[in-house]
Design a binder for this molecule. Structure first.
Ligand code: NI
Length: 222
């Protein structure tokens, strides 16, 4: 069965985003980050990719070795705020994403910052839940897209409403039962998802690089 693709629309209001986040466990704020900042972040993250390509392999650069080519495949730069990229560090500290996260779930603290990178040929991310040690609606991940994310280059996919399932819900069974929704995004879009959501992403057999910066925000309420 083909996974249905969510249709892009203009950016919804905060109330609509909140409602979708509560019901589906994810929502997309279209064009939330301006093109100038996306361009700056693109330059910084390309420099990090350049470091990796030049053979620099710090522990925070997560990669695996491709079985057929022995090539190291980078898929995540962890602790992105500590890699000497000022714009990325600013995004983690206090900027446009904090305002969006607090508008959605109240006072928040940024807890994790990373770049998710899908180099051409990289494998998809197996279906999973990021965390189940928090209640629905109290910890969210915001992903800023620096490149187009489409089905062809392994965009985000999720089972709507699965953030509300019990802690011990079976992830492969939830995936199989579906429905699964593919969520394409354009540069500047911000995908928000509940950390409890059952989600994953496909391989990137295309020649298109896809980068996103992901920040986890945890509620400080109560
Ligand atoms: Ni995840």
């Amino acid at each position: 069965m083909t996974t249905p693709v969510a249709r892009p629309s203009c950016s919804p209001t905060i109330e609509t985003l909140q409602s979708r986040l509560r019901t589906d466990g994810y929502a997309v704020a279209r064009g939330h980050v301006d093109a100038g900042l996306i361009g700056d972040l693109g330059v910084e993250t390309n420099a990090l990719l350049g470091r990796f390509a030049a053979g620099d392999r710090p522990d925070d650069f997560w990669c695996y070795e491709d079985g057929s080519t022995d090539r190291p495949m980078l898929y995540r730069v962890h602790n992105l705020e500590k890699q000497g990229a000022a714009g990325c560090a600013d995004l983690f500290r206090d900027a446009v994403l904090h305002d969006l996260a607090s508008a959605l779930i109240g006072p928040v603290r940024a807890t994790v910052c990373a770049m998710v990178v899908k180099t051409p040929g990289v494998a998809g991310v197996p279906w999973h839940r990021d965390r189940i040690d928090v209640a629905p609606g109290t910890a969210i991940n915001l992903s800023v897209f620096l490149d187009r994310a489409a089905v062809e280059n392994g965009c985000f996919e999720a089972v709507p409403g699965s953030h509300l399932l019990a802690d011990d819900a079976d992830v492969p069974r939830t995936h199989d039962l579906g429905p699964r929704m593919a969520v394409p995004a354009e540069p500047g879009d911000v995908l928000v998802h509940d950390v409890r959501l059952v989600h994953g992403s496909g391989d990137n057999p295309s020649g298109e690089l896809r980068r996103s910066i992901i920040i986890e925000f945890t509620s400080q309420a109560g």
